[in-house]
Design a binder for this molecule. Structure first.
Ligand code: FES
Length: 130
């Protein structure tokens, strides 16, 4: 079973979904993993008004290990179409479930880097709206 997850991870690494840059994105945020320097940038295009926004499109670029890049691809595949509120409530465990294999503590940080970038980007965007 774990082989299937490993293949799935490799597939996302080699053929990343939502890879690239979105011109005139509503949210653009980049962070590095301080342990290794690997980085991920996420752009998000939002759709909506008032308090009701959803992720219309999202894209990432980055340099880093297989887990960090594959997890970012899985994350964006998962969040496009969701509301901003739903994305803010994504728990780290959800990301680990998407990755699907047991990870060491250091590797957990790799898997969660994209989620951290996305959530911080949303937080900063919300601050700009107030
Ligand atoms: Fe750097 Fe995985 S080793 S994010």
């Amino acid at each position: 079973m774990q082989d299937l997850y490993r293949e799935h991870i490799l597939d996302h690494y080699e053929n990343p979904r939502h890879h690239g840059v979105i011109e005139h994105a509503d949210i653009s945020h980049e962070e590095s993993n301080p342990l290794c320097g690997d980085r991920i940038r996420i752009d998000v295009k939002l759709d909506g008004e008032g308090n009701r926004y959803r992720i219309a499109d999202a894209a990432f670029t980055g340099d880093g290990c297989i887990i960090s890049q594959a997890a970012a691809s899985m994350l964006l595949e998962d969040v496009v179409g969701k509301s901003v509120d739903e994305v803010e409530q994504i728990e780290p465990q959800h990301m680990l479930d998407l990755v699907g294999i047991p990870l060491t503590a250091a590797r957990v940080k790799c898997a969660l880097l994209g989620l951290k970038v996305l959530k911080t980007g949303i937080k900063l965007w919300k601050l700009q709206q107030t």
